[in-house]
Design a protein around this ligand. Sequence first.
Ligand code: SF4
Length: 349
Amino acid sequence: MATTFARQLLQWHIKNPRPLPWDGGPRDAYHIWVSEIIMQQTRIEQGGPYYLRFIKRFPTIKQLATAPIDEVLRYWQGLGYYSRARNLHKAAQIIVNDLGGVFPSTHEALMKLPGVGEYTAAAIASFAFNLPHPVVDGNVKRLLARFTGFTTSIDESSSHQKIVQLATQLMQEKYPAEFNQAIMNFGALVCTPKNPFCKTCPLSKKCYALNNNCVEDLPVRTKKKTNTLRYFHFLVLSWKGKILLHQRGGKDIWHGLYTPPILETKSTRKPSLKSFASEILVLTGTDKIQWVDSSDAIIQPLSHQTLHGRFYHIELLEKPGKPFPDYVWVSKRQMDDFPKPKMVVEGEI
Ligand code: SF4
């Protein structure tokens, strides 16, 4: 079965090449790693320009390792999942400072890098070093669950390893890089979540789901994603042409990025004027203010939460006190130097 499956997949792959934004550019372990981390969170069409911009600024691992983290985050701005950029930077420093600049070349050693899980390690191991480790993403899980009749929920933690084993058995060991590219593309383009192209599918003869009339029932899923609604009220405080920004810390979203101070509420209802005034007093030491305007709501869905943001432009009428350590007054000209989340960029503060 392995040989037929792999052969048919590879034949399909040759007939259906998928041009990638980085085709023609360097494809060593460093470039593969960066593209894989970026593509984990976005579609190729959207992520391609980010990848090209990132690689232009940080063409080598050394240049990434020695760059300030704020600059790395700025080049990540708009992609979301900023912990991935921080891990990329941390791992680059480990490779340059502790491993003599040599990229780890085994699956096991790759997994030790911050932010490199089984999927990314398999992608680098196969694409850069031609090692037979299958990549198993959501597309691959769906395809294999249907093709082999895998009826355990793919959300169970034990399922992941079983599907990795299945993929390893089906893999064509001679061409692991091509096999991985083919199986991911096939899952994304042919064995699609809804209305898969079974009629023209080259795997249809041996496909369990098609031959047992249960394509729509596979893969089995159990976990329902919870979605939290969050309402952010951004205080865009200005004083003599400068705006107050806060570098976010803690374990919440946007760690390390800069935003105007935020008042968060549990509903769309605007905070009271009293809450605004007391927050401004704490932050700036003054409550002499003038309201300028407020924006329409901006809505941004993330994987487990949906953010609603509104920007309130407020001018201070007297000199503010010294800001807290993680706050900074920034002029319009300096604004681009500070990495900000997509919502704040769209808010055009
Ligand atoms: S026959 Fe249909 S369900 Fe089976 S692998 Fe092909 S596209 Fe997927």
